[in-house]
Design a protein around this ligand. Structure first.
Ligand code: GRF
Length: 202
């Protein structure tokens, strides 16, 4: 099977990026990570990319209009013939124009069971609310905030002796399984979008 050209967009520590890199190196994902792009200069994810020999780019959003910042990203995506954008902790909303350009070709991971606890503090919000089951959601990106069609979800049951830290630590491990699984399904052409629903073909 030919490899899918992937760009990973990040803003932070990049543990999800690392799991994707590791699974790719282990031959478990039919992708080539062409570039990792960050809007935060100090993002540790950029170092992870460099260590793995992947092109790492910091695109400074300071002083730029949203469209101008995205234009710079688009230039790199075109250079690298990117077929799938993976948002792995990218903490910046995109304009409708950017989303349209990569419609059904951009996926995100959210650290809660959507549509619960959308937004930037999924772990904190679920923990504070006192839910007994949380988890993560991998979804296509549409114009809304965490509203796109859901590819897969995995659950994380809260235990009586959990602290916020232990809950989140387990949650991240679950994310590191869920995201590569969804990426693989995408690359194998097994995802079919029908309205809000994503059908997984055999
Ligand atoms: C993850 O919890 C992800 O679900 C959310 O941002 C966090 C990124 O973590 N979108 P990392 O940078 O992959 O460690």
């Amino acid at each position: 099977m030919s490899k899918t050209n992937v760009a990973v967009l990040v803003s932070g520590s990049g543990t999800n990026l690392q799991s994707i890199i590791d699974k790719t190196k282990a031959g478990e994902l039919p992708i080539e990570i062409k570039v990792v792009i960050s809007n935060v200069k100090e993002a540790y994810a950029l170092e992870r990319a460099q260590k793995a020999g992947i092109r790492a780019e910091f695109i400074d959003p300071k002083g730029l209009k949203r469209e101008e910042h995205e234009e710079k990203i688009l230039t790199i995506l075109k250079e690298e013939n990117v077929e799938l954008i993976v948002l792995a902790g990218y903490m910046r909303l995109m304009t409708p124009g950017f989303i349209k350009a990569y419609k059904n070709k951009m996926i995100n991971i959210h650290p809660a069971l959507l549509p619960s606890f959308a937004g930037t503090h999924g772990y904190e919000d679920a923990w504070e609310y006192g839910v007994k089951v949380s988890g993560c959601t991998v979804h296509f990106v549409d114009e809304g905030c965490d509203t796109g069609p859901i590819i897969l979800q995995k659950t994380n049951e809260i235990r009586e002796d959990d602290t916020f830290e232990s809950f989140k630590e387990r949650g991240l491990k679950i994310e590191h399984e869920a995201f590569p699984e969804a990426i693989k399904l995408f690359c194998e052409g097994k995802l079919e979008i029908e309205g809000r629903k994503v059908r997984i073909k055999k």
